[in-house]
Design a protein. Structure first.
Length: 305
């Protein structure tokens, strides 16, 4: 009888231990599944990949918040109802802990909705290969706005960010370039922001292109050529003014009668836009001459009527 009782107790202990092991395994599995569900598309990676572009800007949160508060308080108090903390959170949620090559427009949609604001008619200025000149011009002439003069563009101008599936979820060492993967955080963001900027344009819009680029002033692969031009609304935009600017002292690779400009004009005409093209738009050329006052091109510019 004692022997039988001992065997029974051993069996009970064995069953109990097996039950505990099964329970622990179930708990571990539940934790793993919960973690996967919490992180959405997060992937487990042993280390961050080394990409070719610079990594996430240091102190990104402080930079975004600082720019946001400066924009809505010092520059555009009429936008004081914008919530900079929510804007930062929506930007962070768009990329943190995510594979930096699998970013989608849906990731940025909440950010676009939070940060969008009306663009006055006749003020939209698009550019390609003339970024520095276009931004100098809008700083000296408040009648025009580039994408970088809007809240979205102002916050993101010249900074970078990308995530990584492994902790801490942000890659400060490197981020992918467009030629490494097109669906990276920066490319998707600027395409969406550019699309929204073009859709908001109304009245007369301006396009500043570089007539000193050997490959041609208009490039179908540029953001302007692939995104913005096709999201201008012919029912809202009355005219498109092309300012073809050549570098002071630089090569005069193309004029308004050039091949790539004629291709651009053809695309715009097919979409029922009225077009005016002007070589070296005088107000912008005068701004160029501020930095090159003694150059021959600028003396001719000064003496012209």
């Amino acid at each position: 009888m004692p022997l039988q009782q001992g065997s029974a107790r051993m069996r009970q202990r064995t069953v109990l231990l097996v039950g505990i092991v099964v329970l622990l395994a179930a708990l571990v599995l539940a934790v793993v599944l919960a973690s996967l569900l919490t992180h959405g598309r997060h992937e487990v990676s042993p280390k961050m990949l080394k990409w070719k572009d610079r990594g996430t800007t240091k102190n990104l949160q402080e930079v975004i918040l600082g720019r946001c508060y400066n924009y809505i308080t010092a520059q555009h108090p009429e936008l004081g109802d914008k919530d900079c903390l929510k804007i930062w959170e929506s930007l962070k949620d768009a990329f943190i802990y995510k594979n930096p090559c699998n970013i989608t427009p849906e990731d940025y949609q909440p950010l676009m909705e939070l940060a969008s604001h009306p663009i006055p008619c006749n003020k939209s200025l698009f550019w390609s290969k003339t970024g520095d000149l276009a931004h100098r011009y809008t700083k000296s002439n408040q009648n025009f706005l580039t994408l970088e003069d809007t809240l979205l563009g102002y916050m993101a101008d010249r900074i970078s960010w990308c995530g990584d599936p492994s902790a801490p979820g942000i890659n400060y060492e490197s981020c992918p370039k467009r030629n490494e993967c097109e669906s990276n955080p920066g490319s998707v963001f600027w395409k969406m922001a550019s699309k929204m900027f073009a859709e908001a344009a109304c009245g007369v819009v301006q396009v500043m292109l570089n007539g000193s680029v050997e490959a041609g002033a208009f490039r179908s692969s540029s953001i302007f050529g692939s995104v913005e031009i096709f999201n201008l609304d012919p029912d809202k935009v009355s005219e498109v003014h092309i300012w073809l600017m050549q570098d002071i002292g630089g090569p005069q690779s193309e004029s308004c009668s050039g091949h790539s400009i004629q291709r651009l004009i053809s695309i715009l005409e097919e979409r029922n836009f009225k077009i005016i093209c002007e070589d070296n738009y005088r107000p912008v050329q005068l701004l160029q001459c501020v930095h090159n006052p003694d150059h021959t091109d600028c003396r001719l510019c000064t003496n012209s009527t």
